[in-house]
Design a protein. Structure first.
Length: 261
């Protein structure tokens, strides 16, 4: 499946279970307009519709067209501040709460709302020449979609303060060192695809539960988190996927087929 919306393209490979959303405003360095934020959400919904009686969609890659991930919010839309703020926040939460793991493939500029979009994903793979940052301070504002909070969570509050207060761009290697980026591979295309396919090959219900567990971990105490994991764990014992995994563990030559049931 491959479709084009006004500002995104969306594709799904049924053989691997990997979906792909491409931000497609290259003339604006893929800056976040109201239309683009809506199209990101619609693209993800279209991918989720690939599921039927079993889970077909297993992982999603979000990338930018023509060498840039996303240069941030489109400042030409700042005049309509209230409507813009509401629209821009929609896609961040949608990505964070999307049941399937989402991987940001970062090239070129990844700034402001673009970095917040990437940090809303579960994983971030970056090209060695990528530039990341939160430049909002130079406009007299702060990152409005949780940029300081997200860097504080992924790295530490001191790093968040430095990046947000200076507005400076940092390189991919520094972002990886801080934990903002998961990997800076030699071959970004190959590494991102291989990782997406690896995640896609795992039992999807277990993957979804792990994503939910990680999300809750930042919102609860350790004991509450462990108790929540127990609630996620028990229903998985009665799934067909668990039976498949247990059989593959017991039989070396058995190749499991996970269907999300």
């Amino acid at each position: 499946m491959q479709e084009s919306l006004d500002t995104t393209t969306v594709a799904f490979d049924e053989d691997t279970g990997v979906g792909r959303v491409t931000l497609n405003r290259p003339d604006a360095l893929n800056a976040l307009s109201g239309q683009l934020t809506q199209d990101i959400v619609e693209s993800l919904r279209m991918l989720e519709e690939q599921n039927d009686d079993e889970i077909a969609l297993r992982a999603v890659v979000i990338e930018g067209a023509e060498g840039n991930f996303c240069a941030g919010a489109d400042i030409t839309e700042f005049e309509d501040a209230s409507a813009g703020a509401s629209a821009e926040r929609t896609h961040y939460r949608f990505i964070r709460e999307f049941p399937v793991p989402v991987i940001a493939k970062i090239e070129g500029y990844c700034l402001g709302g673009g970095l917040e979009t990437a940090m809303s994903c579960d994983f971030r793979f970056a090209d060695e020449d990528a530039r990341l940052g939160l430049p909002e301070v130079d406009l007299g504002i702060i990152p409005g979609a949780g940029g300081v909070q997200l860097i504080s969570e992924l790295a530490n509050p001191a790093a968040a303060r430095e990046i947000a207060m200076t507005g400076d761009h940092i390189g991919a290697a520094r972002a990886e060192e801080l934990g903002i980026v998961n990997r800076v591979p030699d071959d970004l295309d190959e590494a991102t695809q291989e990782f997406a396919e690896k995640i896609a090959s795992k039992p999807p219900l277990a993957i979804q539960a792990i994503k939910e567990s990680a999300r809750i971990s930042t919102q609860t105490t350790l004991e509450e988190g462990i108790a929540y994991d127990n609630k996620l764990f028990e229903p998985l014992l009665s799934t067909e996927d668990h039976e498949e995994g247990a059989r593959a563990f017991a039989e070396d030559d058995y190749e499991p087929e996970f269907k999300g049931r």
